[in-house]
Design a protein around this ligand. Structure first.
Ligand SMILES: Nc1ncnc2c1ncn2[C@@H]1O[C@H](COP(=O)(O)OP(=O)(O)O)[C@@H](O)[C@H]1O
Ligand SMILES: [Mg+2]
Length: 582
């Protein structure tokens, strides 16, 4: 067949099959100079059962053994036996797919998985040059036009464009992993840019360092900018400020922030808190005449109430005295002085301006309908608003960061969950620096556990409701295993730490484990894409995003060499530190 993607000549022949295992094949390489052109990760094709069929594999290991042996036949007259060297070259292959020049009515087909085991002595060819180019293009062409997510170029052949299946990539959670400086933020910016080009994307980025704000600036921004209100925003918040008032928190989230579980009175404090919050929410509903909500709401339902009312109810409990046994006497009530510490802790949170986005929201945030406005803003594009939304969390104090991300993720998920199925528009939450708020469960504190629950629920059930996660982290070994193990696609950049590499290795199917050996060697912006969004696990050079995130690596030496010292920079920074606003 002349239009076959793979057409081999004798020059492409590497050797023959020497041994076959379940997923690995050992090839004996006859021409020793071939060994110099083989690299781990190269593609090879092994002749299948018919001339139309080739089993496609990746080189996992190349080895050479040199043995010395006595050449008895060549014993000289003095009885000396000369020694000779023999050299045996082997390459180990992982089988990953089957290519057919003709398959029924179709031609040039490739599918994952080896349909048959190769037979011993079958020829094995190197896939390189024009063969590689045609094969790579064949892989990309398999992705339907509308599903294409163009990421960059294949390292194996720079002329072939690497295209992933966008549906599969986002459908069932994905992760972008790599050491710091490996190019994660740029990869995220690239994906956001690709998504922004679609008609109605729906992505919400949890931006921990305000890196992606550049995408929202300039004449052609690709994203909509929001930020969790910082201490400096409280008095005059602008349109980009987001408040997450306390009444959005469910009981567990609120208690994780305020309750000290080691306090002897913790159970009393939690019980009074729950009772009063429920009553206050009921009061709100009654006042508004929400007869349809009243019978079924719970203490966790997001219904506004006044925090000062809550405090005064707790205070009343705390000082309450009841009639004593003898007439005319009184004694401490059931909660007398038991809530003091709880009230103090709560007041401390309320007064802390860094938590102002939660405890000192503008009056408008206490209106019943305000929540609709908030979520409609985050969900819908339209009105010239962009479908990619960046939320800057950089001013959120780190101790409550897990709660805040968790609350927002839970709200977004709940809205999708309760939405009419036909109205659901798929949503991806991009979790930048995920190790900061999605820690491994054993290491998690109370606050972090609450956040984990929200995200783990999305990881497990989100697919059904059209919510997925894109987890981004430099420390995969610190990120919740439950969440990572639900990811179906991994874009792995350079990863230097052993522990992190092992996590990635364990997430891969056993047969792919060997591929992860190249992770520490990847160049900046180079990645291994693994998962069902691409037919072959491939090494890719990622394109640069048009708008770069503000994450540029500082040129220490050059800057030291060239820059003038800035005189009042420090005093300005000190004042900003005092004010807690830039
Ligand atoms: N695809 C790419 N092509 C070329 N250079 C890149 C690419 N991605 C990243 N870089 C370079 O690496 C630097 C660090 O990238 P960044 O995405 O901020 O890393 P990370 O988020 O993993 O810490 C960037 O400032 C840029 O100079
Ligand atoms: Mg980064």
């Amino acid at each position: 067949m002349t239009n076959a993607a793979l057409q081999f000549t004798e020059a492409d022949r590497l050797g023959r099959v020497a041994a076959v295992d379940t997923s690995r094949v050992l090839i004996s390489v006859e021409e020793h100079q071939h060994m110099t052109t083989i690299a781990v990760g190269n593609l090879v094709a092994i002749q299948g059962r018919t001339t139309n069929e080739f089993l496609i594999g990746l080189v996992e290991k190349a080895s050479r053994t040199v043995t010395e042996k006595l050449l008895i036949d060549e014993t000289d007259e003095g009885g000396n036996i000369p020694t000779g060297e023999t050299q045996e070259d082997f390459i180990k292959i992982v089988l990953i797919g089957t290519y057919r020049t003709i398959d029924g009515n179709a031609s040039n087909t490739f599918k994952r998985g080896a349909d048959s085991f190769p037979q011993v002595d079958r020829d094995c060819f190197q896939v390189s040059g024009p063969n590689l180019q045609r094969f790579m293009n064949l892989l990309s062409a398999k992705v339907k036009e509308g599903e294409r997510l163009t990421l960059g170029h294949f390292i194996a052949d720079e002329s072939a464009i690497a295209i992933a299946n966008g549906d599969k990539f986002f459908q069932r959670h994905a992760a972008i992993l790599g050491s710091t400086g490996s190019g994660k933020s740029w990869a995220v910016a690239l994906m956001l840019e690709r998504a922004a080009a679609l008609k109605a994307p729906n992505l919400i980025v949890f931006d921990m360092h305000g890196e992606y704000s550049t995408l929202c600036q300039g004449t052609t921004p690709t994203a909509e900018q929001y930020r969790i209100a910082g201490p400096g925003d409280l008095d005059a918040p602008d349109d980009h400020c987001l408040f997450l008032p306390y009444w959005l928190l469910n009981r567990e989230e609120m208690l994780a922030m305020i309750l000290d579980r080691s306090d002897d009175n913790a159970p009393n404090q939690a019980a009074r808190f729950t009772e009063h919050v429920r009553a206050l929410k009921e009061k709100t509903l009654t006042g508004l005449g929400k007869q349809d909500v009243l019978p079924t709401f719970t203490v966790d339902s997001p219904i506004p109430y006044s925090i000062s009312d809550l405090l005064s109810l707790l205070h009343t409990d705390n000082i309450q005295r009841v009639d004593g046994a003898k007439a005319g006497t009184d004694k401490a009530g059931p909660w007398y002085d038991k809530l003091t510490r709880f009230i103090v802790r709560m007041n401390a949170k309320i007064d802390d301006r860094r938590c102002g986005f939660m405890f000192q929201p503008p009056q408008t945030c206490l209106a019943y309908d305000w929540l609709n406005t908030l979520l409609a803003q985050l969900f819908s594009a339209g009105d010239g608003k962009k479908g990619v939304k960046i939320i800057d969390f950089s001013e959120v104090p780190s101790d409550i960061l897990p709660i805040v991300t968790g609350v927002l993720a839970r709200l977004l998920y709940s809205v999708q969950f309760w939405m009419e199925p036909s109205s659901r528009h798929p949503l991806t939450i991009v979790c930048d620096e995920a190790h900061l708020y999605l820690p491994v469960r054993d290491a998690a504190e109370a606050a972090e556990k609450r956040a984990l629950e929200s995200f783990e629920r999305i990881a497990k059930e989100g697919r059904k409701y059209g919510v997925s996660l894109l987890v981004v982290s430099q420390r995969p070994s610190d990120v919740s295993r439950t969440i990572l193990s639900q990811c179906n696609n991994f874009l792995v950049l350079r990863l230097t730490n052993d522990q992190d590499q092992n996590v990635v290795k364990r997430l891969m199917p056993e047969s792919m484990g060997g591929l992860t050996d190249i992770l520490p060697l990847l160049d900046t912006g180079e990645a291994l894409l693994l998962g069902d969004s691409i037919l072959l696990p491939t090494r890719i050079r990622l394109d640069k995003p048009t708008i770069e995130p503000a994450s540029a690596t500082r040129q220490f030496w050059t800057e030291w060499a060239t820059q003038e010292p800035k005189v009042d920079a420090v005093s300005k920074a000190v004042e900003a530190l005092r004010r807690q606003t830039r």
